[in-house]
Every structure is written in structure tokens, then in C-alpha cells.
Design a protein around this ligand. Structure first.
Ligand code: HAM
Length: 426
């Protein structure tokens, strides 16, 4: 008899890796609590109609990636119900918001979830058929302030904080506005018109998308089609005044709290419910599947699935991809030297060599910089080569007290030269 294995695109998570999963989930819960979010758990399967209407019939998720089956009818007179394993959690949260009349509280609902999602995609690194999302949604009646751009900025600031607390370095935030439900049809019509004469030059997938869902052409990664895509009309030129003002207010609030971002006019995302702000946090270390998380505003979703007006914004992070990033970072860090000695001025080079010699003789792995480097360059080099940097300037030479900074924690301490070896070894 052949041995049975986990189904393609699914996998077992075993110790010690599960410790990292627990660390990520505990950190997320702690950060969400500080922003006053509460946990929601919705069923793993729902009525297929929820996703067909909410996420959109024409999206890749609904048209080809869902695990759907006909449930057995309870009685002969009944029709079998079509059920689907959830491919994402936003539609389920909004259904629960409607079903439990959470809007009647008159308050914003701030809900987070952690759990498995299912999409029948082609498995590869960072892409699975059962994967895990950590997500959150802010949703409520307009009278509770659910349409305010401050909500968008607050969610983005929370995400920047969460990634920093998880120790993810080198993330990149891209944002865009896809406009209101009114702006979108005008833009889609302009895209169709622009694609008309050129679509036959594009790859097969894009030819199909140009017909069925032209917005999807924008996030195509096909290298041969990029020149055409770059010349297509930009959604920013089709936004009405209130969507423009909303986007400007989100950007202003991000600038005010120092969250770095870039505007990517092609970021339309793969789900139909988005309005106004869309965003993605990417990470270079992930390869082709570089989106750590994605999200945006969905001001009309509640009405689409039969509920009251309930604008909202949220995101979902791929927990599998977060773990991959953390593991890659940890592996990179084990190849690092213990310390980078940075002389601050060429005159200090000989004394810095003496310090490096002492440290190396004490058994530490040490990189020696050069006093000709500016401080910023010393930090950049140090961060690539070592876990800690030791600043060696005139002050340090005279006082015998060295400044040591730990790149992972950002902590900076002053240490007498006689005590430095155990500090660097930590
Ligand atoms: P999404 O972009 O489809 O958005 O998925 C969010 C994240 O889930 C992605 O950025 C990625 O990290 C992860 N992910 C998606 N598919 C896979 C897969 N097959 N394997 C591993 N990871 C995957 C949504 O799901 C929206 N519900 C997000 C949202 C919440 N928008 C508003 N509120």
C-alpha cells in the first residue's frame, strides 16, 4: 500500500518551528490589544454566494481558486447548498457584522482574526493551498467615523509598529487609491479603450483579462507587457475630488507620524470590493511572492452582501510569509560577525586596529571599518557585516568608555573597555 502524505499545497507545522508561529501570533495579539481591537472567529466554510458576491465573480480567487462543494441536502425537498472553504476572511467578518447587527451599537467595530484560508493556487515558496492569515478590520456606520482617512492611516501605522515589533527589517509600504464605486467604471472604460488597439500584443492571460477584468492587467508581472502597461491611463487621473482629498489626508497623516511609503499607481489588488485606499507591505527577501500583507478600504461591501451602509478598512498578513522572512533573517544573522569596530576619523585607525586585535584575541569575530568612512557609511557597512557596532572616536579613546549599538534591538549602551568582551559576545 502506498503511504499517505499531506495533500499538495498543505503542510505540517512541527516544533521547533511552531514556537516561531506562537511568537508571531502572541506579538500580533499584544499589538492589536494596544489599539483596542478584539478577536473574531468566523467559520472556516461559508455559503459560496458570500464570496461570489463579496470578492467578485471575475476575480482569480472566485473564478478559479475556491474549494467549493455541494453539501448534501437535509431533506429530499431541499436543494443542496453550495459551500466554500474561505479563501479570505473579510467577507466572513462583514457577514458576521451584518448578522449580529453590530452596526446598531453606533460604534466602530475593530476586529482581528488569525486562522487558515484556502486557495487552489499553484504551490511554490510562500504560496500554499492552506495558508494562514493574521488580519484585522475596522468597520462601522458612517456616524462612527468609519469613512475617515484617519482610520486608514491608523491601520497603516499599526502595521508598521507590528512589523517592527516582530523584528522584520527592510519592509516596504506601497499605497494607492482606486477611487469610489463611481470613479471605477469610468476608469475601467478608459482602460478598455486604451487596451483595445494593443491587447493582441500582450500575453494570453492579459488578453483574457483585458476582456473580463481590465484592472487585473495592471498588476500583471509579465515582463514582455510592462511597456504597454506603463503607458495605460492612471487611476489617479480619474478620482473625484472627495477621493483625492481622502488620499491626500491619508498621506499627510502618514507623513506626520513618520511611516515611510511610496505611492504605486498600479496597485489595484486582486479583490473587487476595494474602494479608495489600497496598500501592500512587501519584502525583498520573499522572491516572486513578495507581498507580506495586503489590504484596503471596502466602503460598499456590506451593501453588496445585503447589509446596511458600513464603510470599512482592513488588511491580512500572510503568516507563512512572515515566518519565512523571520527565518531568513535569523539565518542571515548567524553568518554575521560579533562586532564591527568603526574608527571615527583616519587618525584613529591605528588605535582601532589595536582594539580589534584585543577583541579577536579574546575569541570574537570582528570586522574593522575605516576612519575614512562617514558615520552613516560605517553604520550601513556594520549592519551588513556584524550584529553590533562599536563606535571608536576621540571621546571613546580618551574616556575608555565605548559606545555599542545592537542592530537587531536598536539598543545603544556605553561600556567601559575592560567590560566589552562579554557585551559583544551576547
Ligand atoms: P490578499 O492580498 O488576497 O488579501 O491576501 C493577503 C495576504 O495573504 C497576502 O499579502 C499574502 O501574504 C497572503 N496570501 C494570500 N494568498 C496566499 C497563499 N496562497 N499562500 C500564502 N500566503 C498567501 C486578502 O485576503 C484581503 N481579505 C485582505 C483585506 C482585509 N482587505 C481588507 N481587509
Amino acid at each position: 500500500m502506498s503511504t499517505l502524505k499531506a495533500v499538495r499545497g498543505t503542510r505540517d507545522l512541527l516544533p521547533p518551528e511552531t514556537e516561531l508561529w506562537n511568537f508571531v501570533e502572541e506579538t500580533a495579539r499584544r499589538v492589536f490589544a494596544r489599539y483596542n481591537f478584539g478577536e473574531i472567529r468566523t467559520p472556516v466554510f461559508e455559503d459560496t454566494q458570500l464570496f461570489a458576491r463579496g470578492v467578485g465573480e471575475e476575480t482569480d480567487i472566485v473564478s478559479k481558486e475556491m474549494y467549493t462543494w455541494e453539501d448534501r441536502a437535509r431533506a429530499q425537498s431541499e436543494k443542496a447548498q453550495s459551500l466554500t472553504l474561505r479563501p479570505e476572511n473579510t467577507a466572513g467578518v462583514v457577514r458576521a457584522y451584518i448578522e449580529h447587527k453590530l452596526g446598531e451599537t453606533g460604534l466602530l467595530q475593530k476586529l482581528y482574526y488569525i486562522g487558515p484560508q484556502f486557495r487552489r493556487e499553484r504551490p511554490q515558496k510562500g504560496r500554499y493551498r492552506q495558508f494562514y492569515q493574521i488580519g484585522a478590520e475596522v468597520i462601522g456606520p458612517p456616524s462612527a467615523g468609519s469613512e475617515s482617512p484617519l482610520r486608514d492611516a491608523e491601520v497603516l501605522e499599526m502595521l508598521a509598529t507590528l512589523l517592527d515589533e516582530l523584528g522584520i527589517t527592510g519592509w516596504h509600504l506601497e499605497i494607492n487609491s482606486v477611487g469610489s464605486a463611481m470613479d471605477r467604471p469610468r476608469y475601467v472604460a478608459a482602460l478598455r479603450e486604451a487596451l483595445g488597439p494593443v491587447k493582441h500584443l500582450m500575453c494570453e492571460d492579459n488578453q483574457r483579462r483585458a476582456e473580463t477584468n481590465p484592472l487585473r492587467v495592471l498588476d500583471s508581472k509579465d515582463p514582455g507587457d510592462q511597456e504597454i502597461i506603463d503607458k495605460l491611463p492612471k487611476i489617479a487621473d480619474f478620482l473625484d475630488e472627495s477621493s483625492k482629498a481622502h488620499f491626500a489626508a491619508v498621506c499627510a497623516a502618514l507623513n506626520a507620524c513618520g511611516v515611510p511609503y511610496t505611492v504605486n499607481p498600479r496597485l489595484v489588488r486582486g479583490l473587487d470590493y476595494y474602494t479608495r485606499t489600497t496598500f501592500e507591505f512587501t519584502h525583498g527577501g520573499l522572491g516572486a511572492q513578495n507581498a507580506l500583507l495586503g489590504g484596503g478600504r471596502y466602503d460598499g461591501l456590506s451593501e453588496i452582501i445585503g447589509g446596511p451602509k458600513a464603510p470599512g478598512i482592513g488588511f491580512a498578513m500572510g503568516e507563512d510569509r512572515l515566518i519565512l522572512t523571520l527565518e531568513a533573517q535569523a539565518a542571515a544573522r548567524t553568518n554575521l560577525a560579533d562586532a564591527y569596530v568603526a574608527p571615527m576619523g583616519e587618525g584613529l585607525n591605528p588605535a582601532a586596529l589595536k582594539l580589534a586585535r584585543e577583541l579577536r584575541r579574546a575569541g570574537l569575530r570582528v570586522e574593522l571599518g575605516d576612519g575614512g568612512f562617514r558615520l552613516k557609511k560605517s553604520f550601513e557597512m556594520g549592519n551588513k557585516l556584524a550584529r553590533k557596532i562599536v563606535l571608536f572616536g576621540e571621546d571613546e579613546q580618551q574616556s575608555g568608555i565605548l559606545t555599542v549599538k545592537d542592530f537587531a534591538s536598536g539598543e545603544q549602551v556605553k561600556v567601559p573597555r575592560a567590560d566589552i568582551v562579554p557585551v559583544l559576545r551576547k
